[in-house]
Ligand binder design. Sequence first.
Ligand SMILES: Cc1cc2nc3c(=O)[nH]c(=O)nc-3n(C[C@H](O)[C@H](O)[C@H](O)COP(=O)(O)OP(=O)(O)OC[C@H]3O[C@@H](n4cnc5c(N)ncnc54)[C@H](O)[C@@H]3O)c2cc1C
Length: 512
Amino acid sequence: MSGGRPVPLWSGSRQEAPPGLTAIVCGGGLAGLAAATVLAERGVPVTVIEAENELGGRLRTWPVALPDGSVLGMERGFHAFFRQYYNLRALLRRIDPDLSRLTPLRDYPVLGPGGLVQSFEDLPTRVPANFFAIVRRADTFRWRDLLRVNGRAALEMLRYSSDRTYARFDGRTAREYLDSLNFPPAARRMLFDVFSHSFFNPEEKMSAADLLMMFHYYFLANEEGLVFDVLDDTFERSLLTPLRDYLEARGVNFELGRRVTALSPAARSIEGSVPGGAQRDGWRVSHQATDGMGSSREQDADLVVLGLNVSALRALVEASPAAGDPPWRSRVDSLSETSPFAVWRMWLDRPTAEGRAAFVGTAGFPLLDNISLYHLFEAESSEWAARTGGSVIELHAYGMPEHSTEAEIRTAMLAGLHELIPESRDAGLVHEEFFIERDCPAFPPGGHAQRPGVETPEPGLALAGDFVRMDFPTALMERATASGFLAASVLLRPHGVSPEPLQSVARKGPLA
Ligand SMILES: Cc1cc2nc3c(=O)[nH]c(=O)nc-3n(C[C@H](O)[C@H](O)[C@H](O)COP(=O)(O)OP(=O)(O)OC[C@H]3O[C@@H](n4cnc5c(N)ncnc54)[C@H](O)[C@@H]3O)c2cc1C
């Protein structure tokens, strides 16, 4: 395993922050927790303010009661921890040095209608051997089809470089780009549909440049193989509680169930060795209980990380007229959230057949993108299944049409489940949790130039999250973590503190 390449960063003259500096992190998702980790490790007293009663954001776990009396953890659903998530792995090592809580899923098959299967197991890890191995395995692709493929367009995958790819392809949609490849329709579906949907954005609304960056990041530049790991238990048990304990041991204070409502400049005077004297600007953060009970409170700090999801960030900036200059405010305002997704977890009264994969992607099934068999990898679900003889199955649909109704989604999901896991047809439903949400960031055509980065025009204020512009290839949980690390480092830079190291896959494709 390569462990990634270091991202060039500045160097600092000290490991510890000067005494007297304080920080507030708004949002307790992965981005906020990563930022809090670096700040706390450098000796800064940190308060994390989180609107929900649990930490984790899109990874949070909340309790649900089953009719049999079991109380189990429910989540936003299945998450794949890819091997090239170097920075997330560095965060996990703080609480689990050997990464013993990550369990490998050896394969990640994509299942299509009529028994089509595309496997990603044991692929070569180098370009272009991995590309040709995938194409050779695809039942939907014949070598003669290569003659029709648009080679120039396909080579763009190997030519990724941030400047060139965004300049040429950000104005086009992922759908236009994928259509231009001229793959046979079935092969296009099996090879590319699952991939583009995994970022929650429908192809027709996603930037082709962002799609090419994802190909580069997840496949062509990924020397760890396309297999991934999963956490062995609920996120609460295997990640969030241990990380909270780690942070509390370093003095981090958590304000849960409180929503940040506004941000304004505050004069801060501190003692100690801060360049430029004892008086300097900081921030006043207003927050109030999410349930509307209790009064608003204000808290000042020198450093603030905004680790919010897109709609919350936009609302906060809107409510904070003194935060940021007009160009930056309009960049924040340009952000949006993509189409809704649905998650349906079912506790069934009978097991699944022997030998099933714990996770499968699906292609060619409307409103169904993947199926995970929780009883095969998550400890809490396995214990429940062992006790009751049942199974725990979760279905996801991403990038759904805006007006899909719950009834349509359920019908479509169930049809796919019954075709792909036929033994589920006769199973009785013990309990279910179903929800539709839309809080994942959009990556629309033309969005890159305006996308705000970690640094803001304001001293002492930085952004983190899976929507933030980064200058190396990264996505999803890894992008949230890397941006959180970088946000903390950027805020400590004027104080001479060494940055948290960052790792990346190769930043350019082999033909760039
Ligand atoms: C169904 C699903 C499946 C996914 N699968 C994968 C996967 O397989 N692999 C992968 O890498 N990624 C996956 N992701 C994406 C991953 O969950 C996110 O990229 C990551 O969790 C984002 O972290 P974040 O900290 O940027 O944002 P968030 O987790 O959204 O954190 C933002 C936090 O801010 C809080 N907040 C909002 N408003 C306020 C306010 N006013 N005051 C205080 N707090 C506030 C929110 O409650 C939240 O806790 C998946 C996401 C979903 C929904």
